[in-house]
Design a protein. Structure first.
Length: 288
């Protein structure tokens, strides 16, 4: 686990200095059909304008925009909505939104919840930084998992195949359904880029907080931390990553260039979230 996260971050550090611009690629549509539940528990069906699904971030220099990733993607102060196609648009403060469900996006409905985020510091302290953001629910349950996926794409990769200039880092938020805060094990800020060796600690800590009422799972986390730190696990992680990248390269080469970015984004995201899903599966097995 530590090596995997380290490789992701090193890849980012290496490429960030060469980025020529900040650019955010979106899946665009004028209006989306949505259902919003507000903090007063009122529910409305509305049309939302320019509700954007960011897929790729490119940076112009080291640290540029890092602290604003969530703001770019999910931290807007207002959403533009209207009651019908012919109605006049108006603003909805995001602070009044509890849950938002998008329907017409060529897939299953996507649920977004407004969550309060605590990050895990290098000292393993959970700190609230006034980060209330609207994020997509990826896995429901007693412990909910929310994910924003950031794909770092190097536009200066020249003639290299697209998949060699890309790396994916998911921003994960873990929240117990009855707790106020969601916990974020990996916070992509300038400070956290230099905390490579505490990533396993943060990962375990972020799981321990929303699962603190289940003693048997706390024991499991302690056991897993020992495993994550072992040389055998590090060796296995390096080998798994090598095989993953080999498979990614072979499969991406078979695709049309226009489809490679989405393929890499999806494949790398699933790979990066595998450990999270394993831990959540174990929690459901032991604690429910």
């Amino acid at each position: 686990m530590k090596i995997k996260w380290l490789l992701y971050i090193i890849t980012f550090c290496f490429t960030a200095n060469s980025f020529a611009q900040i650019d955010i690629f979106f899946i665009k549509k004028d209006f989306y059909l949505a259902e919003i539940t507000f903090t007063n528990n009122e529910t409305k069906r509305l049309l939302l304008k320019d509700f954007l699904e960011a897929s790729t971030f490119e940076f112009s220099g080291f640290g540029v925009g890092l602290r604003n990733l969530e703001a770019n993607r999910a931290g807007r102060s207002n959403l533009i909505a209207k009651e019908s196609i012919d109605a006049k648009p108006y603003k909805i403060p995001t602070s009044t939104i509890k849950t938002l469900t998008l329907f017409d996006i060529d897939s299953e409905p996507v649920i977004f919840d407004m969550i309060k985020v605590k990050t895990i510091t290098n000292n393993l302290d959970p700190v609230y930084k006034n980060r209330d953001i609207l994020v997509p629910l990826v896995r429901d349950g007693t412990i909910k998992m929310y994910v924003l996926t950031v794909l770092f794409h190097d536009p200066n990769s020249g003639k290299k195949p697209l998949y060699t200039g890309m790396s994916v880092t998911p921003l994960v938020y873990l929240k117990h359904e009855d707790q106020e805060y969601a916990y974020m094990p990996q916070d992509i800020t300038v400070g956290s880029l230099f905390s490579f060796w505490s990533l396993d600690d943060k990962f375990i800590k972020a799981f321990s907080l929303p699962t603190k009422d289940c003693d048997v799972f706390q024991t499991y986390l302690k056991e897993q931390f020992v495993i994550l730190q072992s040389s055998e696990n590090r060796k296995k992680t390096r080998q798994d990553l090598k095989e993953h990248n080999k498979f990614k390269k072979a499969e991406a080469k078979k695709l049309d260039k226009s489809k490679r970015k989405l393929f890499v984004w999806d494949l790398d995201t699933k790979y990066a979230l595998k450990r999270y899903r394993e831990f959540l599966d174990e929690y459901e097995k032991q604690c429910q």
